[in-house]
Write a protein that binds this ligand. Sequence first.
Ligand SMILES: [Zn+2]
Ligand SMILES: [Zn+2]
Length: 228
Amino acid sequence: MNNCLLCGQQFVPAVSLLQVFSWKKARMQCICTNCLAKFQRLKSPRCSTCAGELSQNGVCLDCQFWQRIYGPKLLQHHAIFRYNDAFHDLMVNYKRYGDYVLRAVLQELCYQELQLIAADYYVPVPTSSAHFNKRQFDTISAIYGDLVPLTEILVKKVDSGAQGEKNRRERLITPQSFGVKNKIHNLNRKKILLLDDIYTTGRTLYHARDALVAEFPTAKIESFSICR
Ligand SMILES: [Zn+2]
Ligand SMILES: [Zn+2]
């Protein structure tokens, strides 16, 4: 029996045959089926670039905005879930109240899909130092660090405020705040997967890519978030 990390109810974790015969240690299931059902997977049709849900096939309004800035060089993004009330509550508890334990829930929601995306380097989007000091952990690295090897080369140079507290227009006009903190790794010609928790307008991830491209012009960069 496990206790669900979200509702506290006891539940019996489902064990697949694959896990029984797997040499790898099975990941501990940490939320019950009721809670799991509250997270809704993104449904088709989806934007061919950022994975967002659409009413018909094509490119979403956000990506059309980025097309005007980046032309054909759009950021190919992978995402799994729709940002709904269940996610909102989870992220408030995780980020605003700094509940470190909840990273296990986020890991449970994304580890299978993340394994399917091969990359040479997995680069997390960094938290500002003010937020790090408040929570004592980096919210993105804490999710992904147990799942893939991280290359933490991006740094947030200036604090432009939390994206989560801004409206859409404020997000889009946020100035670049990322830089590359060391050049130990040469990312040129390598496949990079940028990691974030939520993709809202894409502003953060496009800035993260801009910072990497400035140092490594031939890196092949895609991005991943749990929610879109
Ligand atoms: Zn539950
Ligand atoms: Zn899109």
